[in-house]
Design a protein around this ligand. Structure first.
Ligand SMILES: [Zn+2]
Ligand SMILES: [Zn+2]
Length: 151
């Protein structure tokens, strides 16, 4: 179900310099945090993880790095209806499955636009230039462990 990042993931150094940005240790660290655990963390979660290796990094710096990485196209910012923005290092076309119980976010593959247009019988003269998919439900773990009603 998960869309794996292919081995030809954009080269960090290239993307960052073609975006006209300086390669800083902090930016690399933030990017690595995102690559290591692909659970679509929020900026605060990225900050907590980055701090383990880089204790002096500040939350403001993390926000900054995430913004730069997003601008360079290395990272995608994903917004769901509630909660803070989440960050995803999978820049290929994909949708998200959101677990309504634990809040987990998983990448899902989506067919290409031409195929979707056919499936949805979109008349030929419509031009699609953006699409976003999210599915909601329970992840395998939560499906096996339904939330008990708290007293
Ligand atoms: Zn879950
Ligand atoms: Zn994603």
């Amino acid at each position: 179900m998960s869309a794996e990042l292919p081995s030809d993931a954009p080269a960090y150094d290239e993307s960052i310099s073609s975006g006209g940005f300086r390669l800083t240790k902090q930016r690399r660290e933030v990017y690595e945090v995102l690559l290591q655990q692909r659970d679509h963390p929020s900026a605060v979660q990225v900050f907590n993880r980055a701090q383990r290796k880089m204790p002096t990094i500040s939350l403001a710096t993390v926000y900054n790095c995430l913004e730069t990485l997003t601008q360079c196209g290395l990272v995608r910012q994903v917004n769901f209806d509630r909660g803070p923005s989440r960050f995803c290092p999978n820049t290929h076309q994909h949708g998200h499955f959101i677990c309504t119980q634990c809040g987990g976010v998983h990448d899902v593959e989506v067919p290409d636009v031409a195929e979707l247009s056919r499936l949805w019988r979109l008349p030929d003269d419509y031009v699609v230039n953006h699409h976003e998919f999210s599915l909601r439900g329970l992840c395998p773990h939560c499906a096996d462990n339904p939330a008990s009603v708290t007293p």
